[in-house]
Design a protein around this ligand. Structure first.
Ligand code: VG1
Ligand code: CO
Length: 545
């Protein structure tokens, strides 16, 4: 085995964001760009030497090239064995499952998640640690610092490894197992949910579903689990073939991007009873019923209130966590159940310690992400199975389950407005101005909403006491309404401003209103306080979820 030491020049922009390093494909194709970043990972994650590592991606453009490079670099760094998904495919939750099941030292996931793919799209790389979860900030900071002065990387000279068939082979002393991407994950799902009960839901002939894999990674998982194992209707999975460019689509499961699914569910008499979608790398989910959308924050609250009905959660929910911008719907459930509810910064890495320390069982984010202690990532297929299992037990529709939840706990009207690709200087100035106002807003009243707290959110991890600051400006009102502002850490063009708005209504006679109408005044307040139109020259957001 011949290890080459390649001389390279450092890049100064390899700073991981909310979820790994995410750049355009064109950036990743720059000379040694990927190699540099992977070398920095190996330099920090010295535990990979002599250990097992998991490797796979969401199948987007540049996935297979990147996998071949990483295999050869792993061999050069003394990795003992690599498990790689067939054709380079592994969903993010499947990687987390495999790391935990086979006690790997870590894993690399190639994905830019919900960002578009193809030669003109985005690519990304994430590193997950031995607990199966995203590397914590201390790790990604160390990787970034090293990347800025990196001058060589190590790679083995070897032929490419065929990834199309299941086999074991090797490069030098390193074993390679090309594995079925679905098997282990499907077994885990069977252990968490009541598969026979979901099977009987489908075999009754009275219930059908439609799952939109958006030509991303979940296609093979959905075909196997929903159609083959659970016996769902034959046309249950649409867009189930992973494609390098997601057929030109934007693999983000929300009402704006999963249009085909929404049309199917809104098609009237013959529409399926249940609809769902997942994103590029399979960790997000959207749940819908016939002409009915379940807000992801509500989904987390509903899961928390009902988890004890499901086999995997029979012992109950220890505690829950949600990210800052996620609505306070789950807080109401936690309060009623007498369990802890943690508020964390955005990004799954902040849930890892809480899960490992057994403080929480379920967690979620407003951005169509939910998960539990079964792995250390959010999990799209898991969320769909959770809902299917719940429907099978309750024999109620998605809408009935959600409405009865609202009538018990109240409804949190919620929306997120995204202003994409705005000039970075404009975005920074907007935030500087907002921060400057923090002290002055307290006690002010806008359309009857009185400000009781305004701050720049910071989080002290209760397990390791690490402190994370500047996570978003939040404004809380006396009536429990809320506005949160933050900048995205996953975009690749300029800055994306996210504004999150919520309003809590207990009166059931007001639970049938259009969300944007119910939030209109607060939307106005949010725009005024941050001077969004004046500063960004935009009067409407690019995406509303
Ligand atoms: C977004 C979401 C965040 C999520 C992250 C990664 O981050 O808001 O909740 O954890 O994407 O999800 P940001 O910084 O752009 O708001 V995924 O499915 O890209 O791994
Ligand atoms: Co994702």
């Amino acid at each position: 085995m011949k290890i080459n030491n390649i001389v390279t020049t450092p890049y100064l922009d390899q700073k991981p964001g909310t979820s790994g390093l995410r750049k355009t494909v064109k950036d990743f194709q720059k000379r040694h760009y990927l190699e540099n970043f992977v070398q920095s990972i190996f330099n920090v994650a010295t535990e990979l030497k002599g250990s097992l590592m998991i490797l796979g991606g969401d199948g987007r453009y540049y996935n297979t090239e990147a996998i071949q490079i990483i295999l050869k670099m792993a061999a050069a760094h003394g990795v003992r064995e690599i498990m790689v998904g067939q054709n380079g495919i592994l969903s993010t939750p499947a990687v987390s499952c495999l790391i935990r099941k086979y006690k790997a030292a870590g894993g690399i996931i190639l994905s830019a998640s919900h960002n578009p793919g193809g030669p003109d799209g985005d690519f990304g790389i994430k590193f997950n640690i031995a607990n199966g979860g995203p590397a914590p900030t201390a790790f990604t900071d160390a990787v970034f610092n090293l990347s800025k002065t990196l001058d060589t990387y190590q790679i083995v000279e070897a032929d490419d490894i065929p990834l199309d068939k299941l086999q074991t082979c090797g490069i030098g002393n390193m074993n390679i197992a090309v594995i079925d991407p679905v098997n282990d994950y499907a077994k885990l799902m069977e252990s968490v949910f009541d598969f026979p009960r979901i099977q009987s839901l489908f075999s009754s002939g009275l219930f059908t579903m439609c799952f939109d894999a958006m030509h991303a990674v979940t296609g093979p998982y959905a075909h196997r689990i929903f159609e083959q194992q659970l016996g769902a209707n034959v046309d249950a999975v649409i867009n189930g073939m992973p494609l390098e460019d997601f057929a030109g689509g934007h693999p983000d499961p929300n009402l704006a991007h999963a249009k085909e699914l929404v049309a199917v569910l809104n098609s009237g008499g013959s529409a399926p009873d249940f609809g769902a979608a997942s994103d590029g790398d399979g960790d997000r989910n959207m749940i819908i019923g016939q002409r009915f959308f379940v807000n992801p924050s509500d989904s987390l609250a509903i899961m928390t209130a009902n988890a004890h009905h499901l086999p995997g959660y029979r012992l109950g929910v220890r505690g829950v966590a949600r990210s800052l911008p996620t609505s306070q719907a789950v807080d109401k459930v936690a309060q009623a159940m007498g369990i802890d509810c943690y508020e964390t910064p955005t990004g799954w890495k902040y849930f890892g310690n809480l899960l490992d320390d057994k403080r929480i069982t379920l967690c979620g984010e407003e951005s169509f992400g939910s998960g539990s202690d079964h792995i250390r990532e959010k999990d799209g297929i898991w969320a769909v199975l959770f809902w299917l299992n719940l429907i099978a037990i309750k024999q109620q529709s998605v809408e009935e389950i959600t409405r009865s939840h609202w009538s018990r706990y109240g409804r949190h009207y919620y929306t997120r407005h995204d202003y994409e690709a705005i000039d970075i200087d404009v975005a920074n100035a907007l935030f500087d101005n907002l921060r400057g106002k923090i002290q002055t807003l307290h006690g002010k009243t806008y359309f009857g909403n009185k400000v009781v707290l305004c701050d720049d959110f910071s989080y002290t991890d209760p397990v390791d006491s690490s402190i994370t600051t500047n996570q978003g400006i939040r404004i809380l009102f006396a009536n429990e309404s809320r506005i949160v502002y933050r900048l995205s850490g996953t975009g690749t063009q300029g800055a994306t401003l996210r504004v999150y708005i919520e309003r809590y209504i207990t009166d059931t006679s007001q639970h049938n209103e259009p969300t944007q109408t119910m939030l209109a005044e607060l939307i106005q307040v949010a725009a005024d306080i941050a001077q969004i139109p004046q500063r960004t020259k935009r009067t409407t957001p690019d995406v509303i979820t």
